[in-house]
Design a protein around this ligand. Structure first.
Ligand SMILES: NC(=O)c1ccc[n+]([C@@H]2O[C@H](COP(=O)([O-])OP(=O)(O)OC[C@H]3O[C@@H](n4cnc5c(N)ncnc54)[C@H](O)[C@@H]3O)[C@@H](O)[C@H]2O)c1
Length: 251
């Protein structure tokens, strides 16, 4: 890793952080980072590997399919019953099949948007309701993408979710300002399972298009997420923070 990590001891002490898609990749790194900074962490994922992540951070694993309304509601309720509050809710889960539109089925579109739009919205709704019920402040973090801003071939359904996430974040920021902030993170290429299937030659081409000359580690996204959820970021809301090694700067 090129970047060095500097967790801020105690920055999230007494806070409860819920991360969806926390079993792997960016979500796992975020769970670890928030725990390092003192938070009580709830790891939600459809994948049982979330249990080991939760155990490692002394948190709780709630197996959740973020496309299912009753399970999303149960996740928020479990966070409250276990830790008494939700301070930061991070919508991050995704599942997608990347294909050109003429090969993509409607069922695949529904599954992708079911997690990436509907799931984010249901998560934000459950979190906001709990935050308001205890009259407190809170932060919603939504993992978006550079694809919220630019097109790439073969990603129509996925990109629809990431555009929606950005628009949703703006609206969430207005609903209960200044008490509840909403901020999107727009990562570029991050080295997780999500990019594992990309053939080597294609990956070399992708990297060549990134001025930083590399993909980022999930820990670099986690460092940003920990800042966004902190009081130091109190004036940050309704926007997306891009972490892309200057990929979008090329225009
Ligand atoms: N890796 C990248 O290059 C990159 C770039 C831009 C944005 N992102 C975004 O970052 C976020 C995290 O992706 P990642 O790269 O860490 O991928 P990942 O595949 O490592 O993690 C995604 C997680 O979501 C979980 N998940 C899938 N379906 C679910 C469901 N129905 N309910 C609950 N959990 C479910 C998976 O089990 C997995 O643990 C996603 O929103 C993705 O769109 C990633």
């Amino acid at each position: 890793m090129t970047a060095r990590m500097f967790p801020v001891a105690g920055r999230h002490r007494d806070r409860v952080y819920v991360i969806t898609g926390g079993a792997t990749g960016i979500g796992r790194a975020c769970a670890e980072r928030y725990a390092q900074e003192g938070a009580q962490v709830v790891v939600a994922d459809i994948d049982d590997r979330g249990a080991a992540v939760a155990e490692a951070v002394n948190g709780a694993f709630i197996k959740t399919d973020m496309s299912q309304p009753d399970q999303v509601r149960a996740l928020a309720d479990a966070a409250i019953s276990k830790f008494g509050r939700i301070d930061i809710w991070h919508n991050n889960a995704f599942s997608a099949v990347f294909k050109p539109i003429h090969e993509q089925t409607l069922e695949e579109f529904d599954a992708i948007t079911g997690v990436g739009i509907r799931g984010y919205w249901m998560g934000a709704k459950a979190a906001v309701e709990h935050m308001r019920a205890r009259g407190g402040k809170g932060v919603i973090i939504n993992t978006a993408s550079v694809q919220s801003f630019v097109g790439e071939k073969g990603f129509s359904a996925y990109q629809a979710t990431k555009g929606a996430v950005l628009a949703m974040t703006r609206s969430l920021a207005l609903d209960h300002a200044p008490d509840i902030r909403a901020v999107a993170i727009a990562p570029g290429l991050i080295k997780t399972d999500a990019i594992k299937g990309i053939p080597e030659d294609v990956m070399a081409e992708v990297i060549a298009g990134i001025p930083a000359g590399r993909g980022a580690e999930p820990e670099e996204v986690a460092a940003l997420a920990a800042f966004i959820g902190s009081d130091e970021a109190d004036y940050m809301s309704g926007t997306a923070i891009i972490l892309d090694g200057a990929y979008l700067a090329i225009g």
